[in-house]
Structure formats: C-alpha cells, structure tokens
Design a binder for this molecule. Structure first.
Ligand code: NAP
Length: 268
C-alpha cells in the first residue's frame, strides 16, 4: 500500500483497531502495519511483556498510540474484558489473529488442550465478531479480519482437529462477508500457508518452507473490502494452486503426507 492507499484505509476503518494475538507472529506484524498507517492499536494477548515490546516498537517507530489489553481469550472473562475495554473507543477494525494449533495422533491428544483450541480458535472469534458486528452495524462501517489457513479447505490428518477449527473460521467468514455487506461492513478470511512464528513450536510441528509474518501482513490488510478470502504470499498461492487441481479426497492425502512430515518426530 502506498501513502494514499494507507490514508484511505485509515479513513475507512480508523481511527482505532483491535488486534488479538498481537504479542507474536502474524498479529504482531499486522499491528505494526496498522501503527505505521496511523491507527491507534489495541494490542490483545496474554503475554504482557511481549505486548509491551510491540507497543514500544509501534510508538517509537511510527508515533502512533497503542493500548495493551491483557486477556486470555480461551476464557469468557477475557473476551468480555476486550469488549468492555473497547466500548468507548472509536474502533473500526478488528483483526482476530489469536490462535494456536495442535498436531499428532488424535487418540494421544490431550482433550483439555483440544477443548481450549475450540475456545480460542472458534468461540473467541464468535464472541468478539458478534459484538463488534453490532457496533459496526450501528456506525454503518467497519472491518473484521479472521485468521483462517490453507488447512481449512480439506481434512488434515495429524492436525485433524486444528484444521477443523480453521474450517469453522473460513466458512463463518465467507458467510459473514456477504451477510454484513448490506450494513457496510467488510469481512475477510486470511488463509496463509506455513508461517514462521510461535505457532509451530506450540503446535509441536516442524515445518519445512515458511513465509515471514511481515511478508503477509500488508497483503492481508490490502485485501480487506476487496476479497472474501486472501491467500497471502507466494508460497501460499503456490500450495493452494497445486492443491486446487485435486479432488477433495486427493487434497486430504497430500495433506496427510505434508502434516505427516511436520509431525513425524512425534512418532519416533
Ligand atoms: N503460523 C502458521 O503457519 C499459520 C498458518 C495459517 C494460519 N495461522 C493462524 O494465524 C493465527 C496467528 O498465529 P501465528 O502464526 O501468529 O502464531 P503465534 O506467533 O504463536 O501467535 C499466536 C498469538 O495468539 C495469541 N494467543 C494464543 N492463545 C491465546 C489465548 N488463550 N488468549 C489470548 N491470546 C492468545 C498469542 O498471544 P499470547 O501468547 O500473548 O497469549 C499470540 O499473540 C492463528 O490463528 C493461527 O491459527 C498460522
């Protein structure tokens, strides 16, 4: 985005943006781009010291305002805190990047962790987008960006449940994109391929080729209001293009090979 495009983006979705998962990875990279564009950025996550570092970086590099909001989005109270603390702010954009993954054999998985996965990846976006869609509907403008993934488009053996949470997000965002248009809201599903961030170690995956969060942040923002789904970065486009020609069962088999490779260390 050039300066004119950044100013127009700020005019359309500013002056305040809420970014969940802003302490690391994709959320952090998006928060930095929003700060550069002139947004006041509300940084949400659990890790206060990482959020402070992001806040300092935005304020010193771009002289934009930030606010840190420590909240566990796996808990009802954490989501409520985000809603309460933003009620009097002029929020025009929410980026729902908080999330994590799990991998390995489902039978060996920890059911509590899998339940937390649904809470953070699905229920938190549900709760936050539900309330913000009302606020945005009242102000007749607003943008919601959901973090989906290329794993959302077929079953993924050895990350079966994580992929299912992203299928939920992808389908939800696609529906809302059409449904909320009449109230002047823009909804986007951002569906990246593998990205080097804190994600892989928490999900116990060892990834091969990856994208950098800072390479996909701007393409994601630039797609809001223009597309329903964005596949940011060359690697994402290459992988989705290669999978596109296969029937759904074939995609599942390819994903089994890919994720089998990412998780094979768990079975030796
Ligand atoms: N990396 C990939 O390959 C990839 C690919 C496609 C899609 N995605 C999706 O992109 C999103 C961001 O992932 P990332 O790659 O940026 O991973 P990351 O570097 O691990 O960042 C995850 C962020 O989510 C936050 N988070 C996790 N659990 C939370 C909780 N209970 N409450 C509040 N915040 C929580 C973390 O903050 P705290 O630790 O401070 O709580 C962190 O800021 C996720 O939804 C992921 O599914 C990732």
């Amino acid at each position: 985005m050039n300066l004119v495009e950044r100013n127009s983006f700020l005019g359309k979705y500013g002056p305040v943006a809420v970014v969940t998962g802003a302490s690391s990875g994709i959320g952090k990279a998006i928060a930095l781009e929003l700060g550069k564009t002139g947004f006041e950025v509300i940084l949400v996550g659990r890790n206060e010291s990482s959020l402070s570092k992001v806040s300092k970086e935005i304020e010193t590099k771009f002289q934009s305002k930030t606010k840190i909001l420590v909240a566990d989005l796996g808990q009802l109270e954490g989501n409520q805190r985000v809603l309460d603390q933003t009620i009097n702010l002029q929020v025009g954009l929410i980026v729902l990047s908080a999330g994590f993954g799990t991998s390995g054999c489902f039978t060996d998985s920890d059911l509590e962790e899998e339940t937390e996965l649904v809470q953070v990846n699905c229920l938190s976006p549900l709760r936050l987008s539900h309330e913000f869609s009302k606020r945005f509907s009242d102000q007749k403008r607003g943008g919601i960006i959901f973090l989906s993934s290329i794993v959302a488009f077929q079953g993924v053996p050895f990350a079966s449940h994580y992929a299912a949470t992203k299928a939920y997000v992808q389908s939800f965002a696609e529906g809302l994109n059409r449904e909320l248009k009449s109230n002047k809201m823009d909804v986007l599903a951002a569906s990246p391929g593998p990205v080097a961030s804190g994600f892989a170690s928490r999900a116990k995956m060892v990834m091969g080729k990856t994208l950098k969060p800072e390479d996909i942040a701007l393409p994601i923002l630039a797609a809001l209001g223009k597309k329903t789904t964005v596949f940011p970065g060359f690697l994402t486009k290459f992988l989705t293009g290669a999978l596109m020609i296969l029937p759904r069962w074939g995609k599942v088999r390819v994903m089994e090979l890919v994720m089998g490779g990412f998780t094979k260390h768990q079975r030796v």
